[in-house]
Design a protein around this ligand. Structure first.
Ligand SMILES: C[S@@+](CC[C@H](N)C(=O)[O-])C[C@H]1O[C@@H](n2cnc3c(N)ncnc32)[C@H](O)[C@@H]1O
Length: 409
């Protein structure tokens, strides 16, 4: 390991280091609360994510258990680099062979901010060369990032998939040079963690699972309290399936593969014991989705089946005007109604939001409500008593806000 001051703390021979949990910007503190709940060490919310500390099994566990993290980065080295020759030399001292495999392709992505090294391409090239020459792993060139006047548009368009280019290769190294400090991380996740591996069928504008889980948690739903959850515009069923999985104690990463399985330090026996046998605990309540689109209901049922929660979920084909509360205690209504792509485009939806608000106000006394939408005017049209303070986050490139109520009178 580098002898330079190492902000990751330790080396990687079985000792603790910093693990960065990437969060949707705006929801860092919600992910931090989840990391605390799951027993990770030293969770701290920072811009863009949460830091925790641990060894490799904790990296694997974060990928397996955290519902709100978009990806998990293992910080493997941190050193000062004032010029490219120094970067070259210090990058060669990273113990690549302890982490990467010589037969697994690697892609390096670099960024520079406020540093004497300002050329990200040149920085990435030095690190690629260090890996190729010190370890012999094949290097896959990073696709060029969009530049020029369409870059911002294209970045927004790319946002939902959060760097799908990483999907084709096994392992990605991220180097960040900030204020002359170079931090090198391995992306241990691979495909973005919202891909749980169960959803084949998706409707228009599905909610990402990671966001759905964080919104559920923001609404105070963490599966401990046995309350039913209702989504009356469920689309592909994301909220309902997430809520049922949470209540059943099913780990979100139980069915998918991860980039860390391609690393030199991967231990299949430890991983098998972390994953466990995947048995679910039957929840004490049920989870309900409905939608006026018959195709959406068929998708929701198929997705619930694949996720192993169909025994506790009910999906019905009807419009929200026909919604009635299920038997049993009041719980949470969480809904992501249609919205316009841009502010102001949703005007035609005001009657729909108004009708939804009336249905909830008249039939759902005692229930809490969470509505995810992109325009304050649409939320207002429901005439529901929303609390202050929803933060705006990006869902598929559109800024959305969670509007929440206390139990309705
Ligand atoms: C933005 S999508 C919801 C996406 C969903 N959260 C998911 O993850 O797939 C909005 C849904 O509202 C449904 N919808 C629109 N108007 C409705 C109405 N009046 N009653 C019931 N569902 C309606 C649409 O069919 C669509 O599936």
């Amino acid at each position: 390991m580098n002898t330079e001051p190492d902000h990751t703390g330790q080396d990687h021979a079985g000792q603790d280091f910093e693990i960065f949990l990437v969060a949707a910007p705006g929801l860092e503190s919600v992910l931090c609360a989840e990391a605390v709940d799951r027993g990770f060490a030293n969770p701290t919310a920072v811009k863009g994510g949460v830091t925790v500390t641990g060894g490799w099994p904790e990296v694997w566990r974060a990928n397996l258990e955290l519902r709100g993290a978009t990806r998990v980065l293992a910080r493997i080295a941190s050193f000062r680099a004032f010029h490219l020759a120094q970067l070259d030399k210090r990058a060669r001292r990273v113990p690549w062979a302890q982490i990467l495999r010589a037969d697994v392709p690697v892609r390096v992505e670099a960024s520079c901010k406020g540093s004497r090294i300002y050329h990200a391409g040149a920085a990435a090239q030095r690190i690629e060369r260090a890996i190729a020459e010190e370890l012999g792993a094949p290097i896959v060139k990073a696709a060029p990032k969009p530049t020029g006047k369409n870059a911002a548009k294209s970045a927004a368009k790319d946002a939902p998939e959060e760097d799908t280019r990483a999907v084709q290769i096994a392992v990605q190294i991220k180097a960040r040079i900030d204020d002359d400090l170079c931090t090198i991380s391995v992306d241990s996740s691979g495909e973005s963690l919202h891909k749980r591996g169960h959803k084949e069928a998706v409707n228009k504008a599905p909610m990402r699972e990671t966001l759905a889980a964080l919104f559920l948690r923001q609404c105070g739903y963490d599966g401990r309290e046995p309350v039913p959850v209702v989504d009356p515009m469920c689309g592909s069923g994301t909220f309902v399936i997430e809520a049922a999985e949470i209540a059943a104690g099913l780990k979100p990463g139980r069915s998918r593969s991860f980039a860390f399985e391609q690393l030199a330090n991967f231990d299949p026996a430890v991983w098998r014991s972390l994953r466990g046998d995947g048995t679910a605990t039957a929840p004490a309540v049920r989870f309900y989705g409905s939608d006026r689109d018959a195709g959406a209901i068929a998708m929701s049922r198929a997705n619930a089946e694949r996720a192993g929660v169909s025994a506790w979920t009910d999906f019905a084909h009807h419009a929200i005007s026909d919604l009635t509360p299920p038997e049993g205690p009041p719980g949470l209504v969480i809904v992501n109604p249609p919205y316009g792509a841009r502010i102001g485009e949703g005007k035609s939806l005001i009657p729909l939001y108004h009708a939804m608000g009336q249905t909830l106000k008249t039939r759902f006394a005692g229930w809490r409500v969470g509505i995810v939408t992109n325009e304050a005017a649409l939320a207002k049209a429901t005439e529901l008593p929303f609390k202050e303070g929803g933060v705006s986050v990006s869902n598929g490139g559109i800024r959305v806000t969670l509007y929440q109520t206390d139990p309705l009178p």
